[in-house]
Design a protein around this ligand. Structure first.
Ligand code: PMP
Length: 429
């Protein structure tokens, strides 16, 4: 059976997509056609989707792979002796191998599938942190973290008596490395930091931070939620202990993500949740846990989502992360310069090494009003604290407007954003 292609109900808007305007060489016209949603009008206008840090749109190949699984392959995995179960198991495990290669891990046992970054942090906090930590131990994070890389550590500190230390950021939104180093001590058991900040766009010097933290005897956890779709990742070169990604931020489905964990550490950690699939044998007296990585995958996983994640990885690799990064860097420069034209606009997050995330405020206009006015023009941005309230507070704001770019964005999208912001200025100026 062949599945009917899933296409939007609308016809494409009359617009020739711009070329990249940079030297990345991404085939923008064909690439945009891979995303059915970009052809669906929003408020009667073409969609200008600039909310990629919240979630990315999905290419047809991902959507079809998920549909195809339910059309043709649906069965539970690992324990089945029948054809479909074996096929679904194979498809699921192939994605583990693909994810291993994508992240640069050495062994498929180091790749745990879970719901996403949030679940990964909670898993590591509870399975690695909780048994290890005691009063006087410290966890070192930074001021720019997403709430999901703050709250699980706070919770484990409360459970164990450990202390959460927070390294400051400067006015550009960069971690003050000297102070971060000062905070590293023999008491630091875990150093957790984002690869890329979702609110400020800052790219942290993760290799240097990892080397320093490990030399100080701490385990290193990296939140890669905002990095995976934008820059190549090699955990073997970074040499971190844990690294995690969310599928939905890398053109894959929601409800699926992956955690890389160094084999020795995962081996030593107790399971995060108990249930089916994570056991080798169960009696009422004693349960023997399954081997890695199944020990950490209790219950029926998101099989369709995992298969979709595999297609998202294919998509990223077909276009090439180096090219994607070059494209987004060029757009970031263009967008930054154009935003500076807007009177009363203040950029929040101007790190020297930055991903394509443009956070800003506009004098006299609440970020939510800016977001609503832009929405009337078919422009999707985010307005709020971006689950990074401490980072907002550091800049003296409760919220910002955030335009976050992805592979399919082009100069036309930026130009539409700028035109929308001129309207905001007319209304609020
Ligand atoms: N960390 C960062 C830097 C993020 O941007 C996000 C999502 N906004 C998360 C963690 C949480 O990811 P998820 O919601 O996919 O679990």
């Amino acid at each position: 059976m062949s599945t009917t292609p899933i296409t939007p109900e609308s016809t494409p808007q009359g617009r020739t997509p711009a070329t990249t305007g940079d030297r990345s060489g991404l085939p923008m016209e064909a690439l945009r056609r891979e995303f059915p949603i970009l052809r669906v009008p929003v408020r009667g206008r073409r969609l200008v989707y600039l909310d990629n840090a919240a979630t990315t749109q999905k290419p047809q190949s991902v959507i079809e792979a998920v549909a195809r699984y339910y059309f043709r392959q649906n069965a539970n995995i690992h324990r089945g002796v029948h054809y479909l179960s074996m096929e679904a198991t194979q498809a699921y495990e192939e994605v583990r191998e693909k994810t291993r290669r994508f992240l640069g891990a050495r062994d498929t046992r180091e790749i745990v599938f879970l719901r996403g970054t949030t679940e990964a942090v909670n898993l590591v906090a509870q399975s690695y942190g909780r048994p290890l930590l005691g009063p006087g131990d410290e966890i070192l994070i930074t001021h720019l973290e997403h709430h999901s890389n703050i709250v699980p550590w706070q919770m484990v500190c409360r459970q164990t008596g450990a202390i959460l230390r927070v390294a400051p950021i400067d006015d550009r939104g960069e971690v003050v490395l000297e102070e971060w180093k000062q905070l590293l001590s023999p008491r630091t058991r875990i150093a957790a930091f984002a690869h890329v900040s979702n609110a400020l766009g800052t790219i942290n010097p993760i290799r240097e931070m990892t080397a320093l933290a490990r030399a100080a005897g701490a385990a290193v956890f990296i939140d890669g939620a905002q990095a995976a779709a934008h820059t190549p990742i090699r955990v073997d070169e970074i040499d971190c202990d844990f690294y995690c990604v969310s599928g939905h931020k890398m053109y894959g489905p929601t409800g699926i993500g992956a955690l890389y964990g160094r084999l020795e550490l995962l081996e030593s950690m107790p399971p995060y949740q108990g249930g089916g699939d994570m056991i080798a044998s169960v009696t009422f007296e004693e349960t023997v846990y399954n081997e890695l990585p199944h020990k950490f995958e209790a219950g029926t996983p998101n099989i369709a989502g995992t298969i979709g994640l595999g297609k998202a990885i294919d998509f990223l690799q077909e276009h090439g992360l180096e090219r994607i990064a070059a494209h987004e860097d060029a757009l970031l420069d263009y967008g930054t310069n154009r935003l500076r034209e807007i009177e009363g606009l203040r950029l929040v997050g101007t790190a020297r090494h930055k991903a394509a995330i443009l956070g800003f405020t506009v004098d006299g206009a609440h970020p939510h009003d800016v977001g609503t006015i832009l929405d009337q023009e078919g422009i999707a941005v985010r307005a709020g604290h971006h689950c990074a309230q401490p980072a907002m507070e550091r800049f003296g704001v409760a919220a910002t407007v955030r335009a976050s770019l992805g592979i399919y964005n082009d100069k036309d999208d930026i130009d539409d954003l700028i035109a929308g912001l001129h309207k905001v200025r007319e209304l609020f100026g």
